[in-house]
Ligand binder design. Structure first.
Ligand code: SF4
Ligand code: SF4
Length: 137
């Protein structure tokens, strides 16, 4: 498998931050030891192995990861979580990727944390409520 690094850096950064926020995990904590993949009962059915999925997130390879079959092969058994020496909860990261894949217009939601207090005050309340719902789905 060959992986290209680069592309749209800003988009990659948003992708990484989104996955970190949704999964409550630090993506860079993974140092690619591969123990998660070695213990995964579904690894033989995956086109991208669990430790490679984490690497794809680290590199901001959003389209490649969201288009993979592996994210749907994971059965959330949590074996990977128990094997990680860095305490990375891989299953939660994969679940976040699945959630992102299922969302339509996934990057167009309102990020309330990026708005100034003035901008927030100008927004209609339903825009804020809708944004919060979308961020917690
Ligand atoms: S939770 Fe998913 S990735 Fe982790 S070991 Fe189980 S099937 Fe593999
Ligand atoms: S076991 Fe943890 S540190 Fe090792 S590759 Fe998997 S996520 Fe990364």
């Amino acid at each position: 498998m060959s992986v290209k690094i680069g592309g749209d850096g800003a988009r990659a950064k948003i992708f990484i931050e989104t996955i970190e926020r949704m999964s409550h995990q630090q993506i860079l904590a993974c140092y690619q030891c591969g123990k998660c993949s070695a213990g995964c009962p579904m690894a033989k059915y995956m086109d991208i192995l669990p430790h490679q999925m984490i690497r794809f997130v680290q590199l901001g390879l959003e389209d490649e990861l969201l288009g993979s079959e592996a994210i749907w092969m994971c059965v959330s058994c949590l074996t990977c979580n128990t094997r990680c020496p860095k305490g990375v909860r891989i299953a939660e990261i994969i679940e976040a990727v699945r959630q992102l894949r299922l969302r339509d217009n996934r990057n167009d939601h309102l990020d309330l944390h990026r708005l100034s207090a003035g901008a927030l005050a100008e927004l209609p309340p339903i825009a804020v409520i809708g944004s919060m719902r979308k961020g917690t789905s």
